[in-house]
Design a protein around this ligand. Structure first.
Ligand SMILES: [Ca+2]
Ligand SMILES: [Ca+2]
Ligand SMILES: [Ca+2]
Length: 205
Protein backbone atom coordinates (compact mmCIF):
# COMPACT_ATOMS: atom_id res chain seq x y z
CA UNK A 1 0.00 0.00 0.00
CA UNK A 2 1.13 3.49 -0.71
CA UNK A 3 0.83 4.57 2.91
CA UNK A 4 3.04 1.71 4.07
CA UNK A 5 5.60 2.48 1.40
CA UNK A 6 5.67 6.10 2.48
CA UNK A 7 6.22 5.04 6.06
CA UNK A 8 9.14 2.83 5.05
CA UNK A 9 10.65 5.68 3.06
CA UNK A 10 10.26 7.86 6.13
CA UNK A 11 12.05 5.32 8.28
CA UNK A 12 14.83 5.07 5.71
CA UNK A 13 15.25 8.84 5.73
CA UNK A 14 15.44 8.79 9.49
CA UNK A 15 18.09 6.10 9.48
CA UNK A 16 20.10 7.75 6.71
CA UNK A 17 20.29 11.10 8.42
CA UNK A 18 20.59 9.92 12.02
CA UNK A 19 24.13 11.21 12.32
CA UNK A 20 23.14 14.72 11.30
CA UNK A 21 21.40 15.61 14.53
CA UNK A 22 23.07 17.66 17.18
CA UNK A 23 21.54 17.62 20.60
CA UNK A 24 22.41 19.06 23.93
CA UNK A 25 20.88 17.78 27.11
CA UNK A 26 20.59 19.85 30.22
CA UNK A 27 18.64 19.63 33.41
CA UNK A 28 18.63 19.65 37.14
CA UNK A 29 21.00 16.71 37.18
CA UNK A 30 23.85 18.81 35.82
CA UNK A 31 24.17 16.61 32.75
CA UNK A 32 24.38 13.32 34.59
CA UNK A 33 22.05 10.80 33.04
CA UNK A 34 20.49 8.36 35.42
CA UNK A 35 19.00 5.04 34.31
CA UNK A 36 15.56 5.43 32.85
CA UNK A 37 12.87 5.08 35.45
CA UNK A 38 9.33 6.19 35.89
CA UNK A 39 8.47 5.64 32.23
CA UNK A 40 6.31 6.78 30.62
CA UNK A 41 7.56 10.29 31.14
CA UNK A 42 5.79 13.27 29.67
CA UNK A 43 7.78 15.01 26.95
CA UNK A 44 6.60 18.08 25.05
CA UNK A 45 7.92 20.46 22.43
CA UNK A 46 8.60 23.37 24.74
CA UNK A 47 10.27 26.09 22.68
CA UNK A 48 10.82 26.83 18.98
CA UNK A 49 13.35 29.25 17.48
CA UNK A 50 12.57 29.30 13.76
CA UNK A 51 13.99 32.77 13.09
CA UNK A 52 17.19 33.25 15.06
CA UNK A 53 19.36 36.37 14.83
CA UNK A 54 22.30 36.50 12.40
CA UNK A 55 20.92 34.16 9.77
CA UNK A 56 18.79 31.05 9.96
CA UNK A 57 21.07 28.54 8.25
CA UNK A 58 22.41 26.01 10.78
CA UNK A 59 21.08 28.18 13.62
CA UNK A 60 17.45 27.10 13.98
CA UNK A 61 16.59 24.94 16.96
CA UNK A 62 13.83 23.72 19.18
CA UNK A 63 13.68 22.48 22.72
CA UNK A 64 12.01 19.44 24.24
CA UNK A 65 11.09 19.38 27.91
CA UNK A 66 10.53 16.39 30.16
CA UNK A 67 7.85 17.50 32.56
CA UNK A 68 7.52 14.02 34.03
CA UNK A 69 8.92 12.61 37.25
CA UNK A 70 11.14 10.05 35.54
CA UNK A 71 13.89 10.19 32.95
CA UNK A 72 12.65 9.94 29.37
CA UNK A 73 14.29 7.91 26.60
CA UNK A 74 13.59 9.85 23.41
CA UNK A 75 16.12 7.96 21.31
CA UNK A 76 14.82 7.15 17.82
CA UNK A 77 11.94 9.58 18.19
CA UNK A 78 11.68 12.14 15.43
CA UNK A 79 10.33 15.55 14.57
CA UNK A 80 8.44 16.46 11.42
CA UNK A 81 7.75 19.96 10.11
CA UNK A 82 5.23 21.59 7.82
CA UNK A 83 7.99 21.96 5.26
CA UNK A 84 8.50 18.20 5.18
CA UNK A 85 11.68 17.91 7.19
CA UNK A 86 12.18 14.72 9.19
CA UNK A 87 14.64 15.19 12.03
CA UNK A 88 15.58 12.08 14.01
CA UNK A 89 16.76 12.09 17.59
CA UNK A 90 19.87 10.07 18.23
CA UNK A 91 19.45 6.61 19.74
CA UNK A 92 20.03 6.46 23.48
CA UNK A 93 19.16 10.12 24.09
CA UNK A 94 17.81 10.57 27.60
CA UNK A 95 16.13 13.69 28.98
CA UNK A 96 16.30 13.68 32.77
CA UNK A 97 13.19 14.51 34.76
CA UNK A 98 12.65 18.25 34.57
CA UNK A 99 15.37 18.55 31.94
CA UNK A 100 15.58 20.03 28.46
CA UNK A 101 16.89 18.79 25.14
CA UNK A 102 17.90 21.26 22.43
CA UNK A 103 17.61 19.83 18.92
CA UNK A 104 19.48 21.47 16.06
CA UNK A 105 19.66 20.44 12.44
CA UNK A 106 21.65 21.30 9.38
CA UNK A 107 20.65 24.08 6.98
CA UNK A 108 17.15 25.49 7.10
CA UNK A 109 14.46 23.32 8.62
CA UNK A 110 12.06 25.58 10.53
CA UNK A 111 9.88 27.98 8.54
CA UNK A 112 9.55 31.51 9.89
CA UNK A 113 5.85 31.67 9.03
CA UNK A 114 3.11 29.17 9.70
CA UNK A 115 5.40 26.49 11.04
CA UNK A 116 4.13 23.56 13.04
CA UNK A 117 6.26 20.73 14.39
CA UNK A 118 5.11 17.26 15.43
CA UNK A 119 7.02 15.01 17.83
CA UNK A 120 6.67 11.28 17.25
CA UNK A 121 7.97 8.35 19.24
CA UNK A 122 9.92 5.39 17.88
CA UNK A 123 6.67 3.72 16.81
CA UNK A 124 5.61 6.79 14.84
CA UNK A 125 2.87 7.67 17.29
CA UNK A 126 2.33 11.37 17.86
CA UNK A 127 3.53 12.58 21.25
CA UNK A 128 3.03 16.32 20.89
CA UNK A 129 2.64 19.10 18.36
CA UNK A 130 3.03 22.86 18.41
CA UNK A 131 0.48 25.43 17.43
CA UNK A 132 0.99 27.08 14.03
CA UNK A 133 3.77 29.55 14.84
CA UNK A 134 5.15 32.59 13.02
CA UNK A 135 8.31 34.41 14.07
CA UNK A 136 8.61 37.40 11.76
CA UNK A 137 11.40 39.29 13.49
CA UNK A 138 15.04 38.33 13.11
CA UNK A 139 15.86 38.43 16.80
CA UNK A 140 16.47 36.27 19.86
CA UNK A 141 12.87 35.94 20.86
CA UNK A 142 11.33 32.51 20.38
CA UNK A 143 7.99 30.85 20.88
CA UNK A 144 7.95 29.11 24.24
CA UNK A 145 5.42 27.45 26.45
CA UNK A 146 4.84 29.58 29.54
CA UNK A 147 5.35 28.16 32.07
CA UNK A 148 7.53 25.30 30.79
CA UNK A 149 5.27 22.44 29.77
CA UNK A 150 2.17 24.66 29.97
CA UNK A 151 -0.56 25.12 27.41
CA UNK A 152 0.10 28.77 26.61
CA UNK A 153 2.76 29.93 24.16
CA UNK A 154 4.43 33.32 24.25
CA UNK A 155 7.02 35.00 22.03
CA UNK A 156 9.69 35.79 24.57
CA UNK A 157 13.45 35.97 25.13
CA UNK A 158 14.80 32.59 24.05
CA UNK A 159 16.08 30.17 26.67
CA UNK A 160 17.59 27.12 24.93
CA UNK A 161 18.14 24.35 27.46
CA UNK A 162 16.90 26.52 30.29
CA UNK A 163 13.58 27.35 31.95
CA UNK A 164 11.50 30.04 30.27
CA UNK A 165 12.32 33.46 31.78
CA UNK A 166 9.80 35.23 33.97
CA UNK A 167 7.21 37.16 32.01
CA UNK A 168 8.63 40.48 33.27
CA UNK A 169 11.55 39.99 30.87
CA UNK A 170 9.24 40.16 27.87
CA UNK A 171 8.31 43.33 26.04
CA UNK A 172 5.60 44.08 28.55
CA UNK A 173 3.01 42.71 30.86
CA UNK A 174 0.59 39.96 29.97
CA UNK A 175 -2.04 42.52 29.05
CA UNK A 176 0.48 44.31 26.83
CA UNK A 177 1.31 41.06 25.12
CA UNK A 178 -2.35 40.38 24.55
CA UNK A 179 -2.59 43.55 22.45
CA UNK A 180 -0.43 41.88 19.82
CA UNK A 181 -2.33 38.90 18.53
CA UNK A 182 0.88 37.24 17.34
CA UNK A 183 2.55 37.25 20.69
CA UNK A 184 0.38 34.96 22.71
CA UNK A 185 -1.26 31.72 21.72
CA UNK A 186 -3.40 29.54 23.90
CA UNK A 187 -4.39 25.99 23.25
CA UNK A 188 -8.00 25.04 23.61
CA UNK A 189 -9.29 21.52 24.05
CA UNK A 190 -7.50 18.41 25.16
CA UNK A 191 -5.23 18.21 22.13
CA UNK A 192 -2.83 15.75 23.70
CA UNK A 193 -5.53 13.20 24.32
CA UNK A 194 -7.26 13.56 20.98
CA UNK A 195 -4.36 14.41 18.71
CA UNK A 196 -6.47 17.31 17.47
CA UNK A 197 -6.03 20.89 18.40
CA UNK A 198 -7.42 24.36 18.01
CA UNK A 199 -4.82 27.04 17.51
CA UNK A 200 -6.70 30.25 17.85
CA UNK A 201 -8.13 31.91 20.92
CA UNK A 202 -5.86 34.87 20.41
CA UNK A 203 -6.17 37.01 23.47
CA UNK A 204 -7.12 40.61 22.84
CA UNK A 205 -8.50 40.00 19.37
CA1 LIG B 1 13.71 29.81 9.63
CA1 LIG C 1 13.48 34.48 16.83
CA1 LIG D 1 13.65 27.10 27.26
Amino acid sequence: MRIEQSFLVLLALVAASASAVFVEVSGAGGGELDPVDGWPASVVINEVESNPPDGDEDNEWLELYNEGDGDADVGDWWLTTVGGYVVPIESGTIIPAGGFLVVEYEGYWLRNSDEMVILRDEEGDEVDRTPVLSDDDDDDRSWSRHPDGGCEWVLIQSSPGLPVPPMELAAGTLSDLAEDDKMWLRWTGDYRASGLWDVSDFLGS
